[in-house]
Design a protein around this ligand. Structure first.
Ligand SMILES: CC(C)(COP(=O)(O)OP(=O)(O)OC[C@H]1O[C@@H](n2cnc3c(N)ncnc32)[C@H](O)[C@@H]1OP(=O)(O)O)[C@@H](O)C(=O)NCCC(=O)NCCS
Length: 457
């Protein structure tokens, strides 16, 4: 029998090297140091942990992922440089896939270091959904200094992760074998997307999350590779995703805008981005909203409105270079009001036709270690489409409704035509950007007002 290269018996030296390499791989995600520093940290009261985290954030000069394009040019993307994404700095004029779909897709899952296993999460099980909720709520931080943390509800996760045609195998988790703890997650949702003139079935990637104790150990590339493999198995080869950091290569870079609603609370919390030059009384006066909405015919969406909204959105989304092509069922799923998850309002004309719509979803957060406030509720603008009502009036009504429902702040991206009302309605621009990316697709970059897609995280 012939012996292949890999069958050759290794020399003693090679064996030693191999076993060291194997050990290194097995140890890859183990906490470093003689005593687990995380255990030590967790013994401290939360307020102490908080102080340490704030101090680390303040004095952190270590290597961190680039938040600006300028920083990105100096960063080496060990993983992303191996992926079919445009290179930073390339000016792209063509449209199309970067690599053509392979004839065969890898059958076996990507290997994890010893002690960890893949788990396809069955989100229809309340226990599993709760586990995912805990992972995200404890590890999906909102502010780098860990002062505000997302608090996703079970209902919210069902809404974002189970749209029509969702697939269980795209809810991809990583567990620790010894205690079955969920420590990593990434997901994909099927979506028809129009990018410039091309209409494509692809996935939207959501909720990439790695447990705090396993950060900076290169778990992310493995999660992304495995999800990509599972998506390719279903014959899809493109993805759209967003991130706050700069990766190769943003298709568009957008900014967050915030409109304070509960001024007193936000001032007490020193909410980032509030106008600094105003005392509370002035801020209350400056941000005061009407008591009631003013658009005649404005009302909450019902199931019967789905078809009307579908046509309104289809016409409106045509204007943009990147937009979802929503089916009727998807319109129902994404927009039909659900308590503390999604609100949609329509304007019905006298003849019964729907002329305008606006929707916003709910993002709750936990405020850590504040003497008075423990939670924050933000409304995030999803879609607004108007054919009759002035968008400024429609959005002002949305602010009034959000305030009456107890939201503290209203957030919007400067995508679509949102710039037409942001400043007029006293939204304040935030220093945070949100970058849009596409996997395995090459096309020219676009300005935020050409983006017609919002991906709730
Ligand atoms: C985002 C997160 C998973 C990254 O984990 P990490 O431990 O810092 O990174 P890892 O060591 O596992 O992997 C590093 C690689 O992942 C890439 N990466 C990090 N965050 C990424 C993101 N949000 N999207 C895509 N790639 C990302 C890095 O660029 C790096 O690749 P590179 O060498 O090509 O630069 C982790 O910080 C986390 O769970 N954060 C909280 C939730 C969150 O912010 N999710 C992202 C929403 S967009």
């Amino acid at each position: 029998m012939k012996m292949s290269l890999s069958d050759k018996k290794p020399t003693e030296d090679e064996s030693l090297k191999q076993s060291k390499k194997k050990q290194k791989k097995q140890d890859a995600w183990k906490p470093q140091g003689p005593m687990d520093p995380f255990t030590m940290l967790e013994c401290l009261p939360e307020s102490k942990q908080q102080e340490i985290q704030k101090a680390l954030h303040l004095f952190s000069f270590g290597p961190s992922l680039p938040k600006t394009l300028q920083q990105a040019t100096k960063h080496t993307y060990r993983f992303w440089d191996t992926q079919p994404v445009p290179r930073l700095g390339d000016s792209v004029v063509t449209h199309g896939p970067i690599v053509e779909g392979e004839a065969s897709v890898r059958q076996e899952p990507y290997s994890l270091p010893e002690g960890f296993s893949w788990d396809t999460l069955d989100l229809s099980s309340p226990t599993v959904l709760k586990e995912l909720c805990t992972l995200l709520n404890e590890n999906y931080m909102e502010e780098d200094d860990n002062t505000i943390r997302f608090e996703f509800s079970l209902e919210y996760l069902k809404w974002t992760l189970q749209p029509p045609n969702w697939l269980a195998q795209w809810h991809c988790g990583v567990r620790v074998d010894s205690n079955n703890k969920l420590v990593g997650f990434i997901s994909a949702l099927p979506a028809d997307v129009r990018i410039y003139e091309t209409e494509k079935r692809m996935v939207q990637v959501r909720f990439l999350c790695v447990h705090k104790k396993l950060r900076l150990k290169r778990m992310t590339p493995v999660l992304i590779r495995e999800l990509t493999r599972r998506v390719k198995q279903q014959g899809l080869h493109q993805a759209v995703y967003t991130a706050g950091l700069v990766l190769p290569t943003p298709l568009s870079s957008c900014r967050y805008w915030h409109r304070p609603l509960n001024i007193r609370k936000l001032t007490e919390m020193s909410y980032p981005g509030l106008r600094q030059n105003m005392n509370l009384q002035r801020a209350l006066k400056f941000n005061r909203l009407p008591e009631e909405t003013k658009t005649p015919g404005l009302r909450a969406m019902t199931k019967e409105d789905a078809a009307g909204i579908h046509s309104l959105l289809q016409a409106n989304l045509q204007k943009f270079h990147l937009s979802p092509m929503l089916s009727l069922q998807e319109v129902e799923h994404w927009l039909l009001p659900r308590e503390k998850v999604i609100d949609t309002y329509v304007v019905e004309g006298e003849d019964g036709t729907l002329t305008d719509m606006v929707s916003f979803y709910s993002v709750s957060s936990r405020v850590l270690n504040h003497p008075v406030h423990s939670g924050l509720r933000a409304a995030h603008l999803l879609y607004v489409a108007s054919t009759v009502t002035d968008p400024v009036d429609l959005m002002e009504d949305a602010l009034v409704l959000a305030q009456s429902k107890g939201y503290d702040v209203f957030c919007a991206l400067d995508v679509m035509d949102n710039k037409s009302f942001l400043e007029k309605l006293k939204f304040i621009v935030n220093d945070k950007s949100l970058h849009y990316y596409m996997y395995n697709w090459m096309c020219p970059n676009m300005s935020p007002d050409k983006v017609g897609l919002v991906l709730p995280n």
